[in-house]
Ligand binder design. Structure first.
Ligand code: PLP
Length: 423
């Protein structure tokens, strides 16, 4: 309002109002800036505090403690390319920015980028490569990336070499002058194999290759691969980070500014980005990551012990058993062992496994993992059906293997459910 055009009494009122408002506003701005500083400087925070606060700040326009869902595709500009940091939501959206900052903080990384799914995030990493480049990948990994490495990317001249990365010598042996990327999943889906991230990172560094670690099974609560030398961490956010089986999303976290620029260019050019509502749901999910993970680990420990002692169960794959193949490495690089496991019955007949899969009442027969509810799954015909049978069997994934994602229900109920299903 122009004060010159105001009548005298109004002008006075206006001046008094201004006098009263100036100290109030500067105080409010100071508090906001202090809060912003405190919440952006999360290096001093312990993990549980960081999970709740890092990367997210109260909304500056309203003070809303939860990041608003900026459900907009575009942003009004003052002049061409004169804007407030956002021009189009494929390139950037404030709800997504808050989530990306939070994801980066959780992995102790400088940058985070969110994608429409875990597979879209993986696709983003492969797009860093050129025809003729080689990738060394874990032979026991989730079927989705395997399918699109072998059925899509190989057609563009990228060579994928699959090996058992739990044995570091296998990785070293496969390195050639063309190796540009090492892709490790640890623990693996579904056999819970563990790879020594620090040891592979040393090989990657020496051979000028990038190391990308799929950290989905551990979640950032249990393992931080950037701290162990990985260049990029990938998550299927769909799983523990989202935590409530209501969102499909992926993410990449990295420290290098150069890598961030390249991956951001891929993210905005290819356009596999999540919408603001999904980003909000994951921001909300993340706030309970630590309490959920603690219970997943507690329940996982109890269910694994129950299965191991069951006289109809032949083998249980869980990396928390002291005699498990990957136990020492898992103990070194993880904070606990999580709620993912798989097992085989002594009766290796597929029909016997299917009978169990159909009989559970609390464990729901479904794809996916990492949600609050317990799930049971048959990798050979569900999550890993895209891997050729011969290849699967060679890597130890049998036709009768059953995978569990142990949720956060009462452990006694879960055990009772498995007991009645296995018989
Ligand atoms: N990595 C792992 C270990 C997974 O289990 C999955 C999905 O199950 C993915 C990647 C792919 O993620 P999304 O389903 O979000 O694309």
């Amino acid at each position: 309002m122009q004060s010159a055009h105001l009548p005298q009494p109004l002008l006075l009122q206006n001046k008094n109002l201004k006098r009263a408002l100036v100290p109030f506003c500067s105080q409010a701005i100071a508090i906001f800036l202090l809060l912003t500083f405190a919440l952006t400087n999360f290096s001093f925070m312990k993990l549980d505090t960081k999970i709740i606060h890092a990367g997210v700040q109260p909304d500056p326009s309203t003070g809303a403690i939860m990041t608003p869902i900026f459900q907009t595709s575009t942003y009004v500009q003052q002049g061409p390319n004169e804007h407030k940091g956002y021009d189009y939501s494929r390139a950037g959206n404030p709800t997504r920015t808050a989530l990306e900052n939070s994801l980066a903080a959780l992995e102790n990384a400088k940058h985070g980028l969110a994608f429409a799914s875990g597979v879209a995030a993986t696709d983003g990493v492969i797009r860093l490569l050129k025809p003729g480049d080689e990738v060394i990948a874990a032979n026991d990994m989730y079927g989705g990336p395997y399918r699109f490495f072998s059925k899509l990317w190989e057609d563009f001249g990228i060579k994928f070499i699959y090996t058992d990365t739990t044995n570091i010598e296998n990785v070293r042996k496969e390195i050639t002058g063309k190796t540009k990327l090492i892709w490790v999943e640890t623990p693996t889906n579904p056999l819970m194999n563990v790879t020594d991230i620090e040891a592979v990172a040393a090989i990657a560094k020496k051979s000028n290759a990038l190391l990308c670690v799929d950290n989905t099974f551990a979640s950032p609560y249990l393992q931080n691969a950037i701290d162990l030398g990985a260049d990029i961490v990938m998550h299927s956010v769909t799983k523990y980070l989202g935590g409530h089986s209501d969102v499909v999303m992926g993410a990449l976290m990295m420290n290098s500014d150069e890598l961030r620029e390249k991956l951001f260019f891929i993210q905005k050019s290819c356009g596999a980005v999540p919408g603001p509502m999904d980003c909000f749901l994951v921001l909300r999910g993340i706030k309970t990551l630590h309490v959920r993970m603690q219970r997943h680990c507690e329940n996982g420990r109890k269910v694994a012990a129950f299965l191991r002692n069951h006289d109809k169960v032949k083998t249980v794959y869980w990396c928390g058993f002291e005699d498990a193949k990957g136990y020492e490495t898992a103990k070194k690089q993880m904070r606990d062992f999580g709620g993912m496991m798989s097992f085989e019955l002594k009766d290796e007949n597929v029909a016997a496994a299917i009978k169990v899969l159909k009989a559970t009442k609390i464990f729901a027969l479904a794809e996916s993992l990492g949600g609050v509810e317990s799930l049971i799954n048959h990798p050979a015909t569900m999550t890993h059906a895209s891997i050729p049978r011969e290849e699967r069997l060679k890597n130890g994934l049998s036709d009768s293997l059953i995978r569990l994602s142990v949720g956060i229900e009462d452990a006694d109920d879960l055990i009772e459910d498995l007991q009645q299903a296995i018989g």
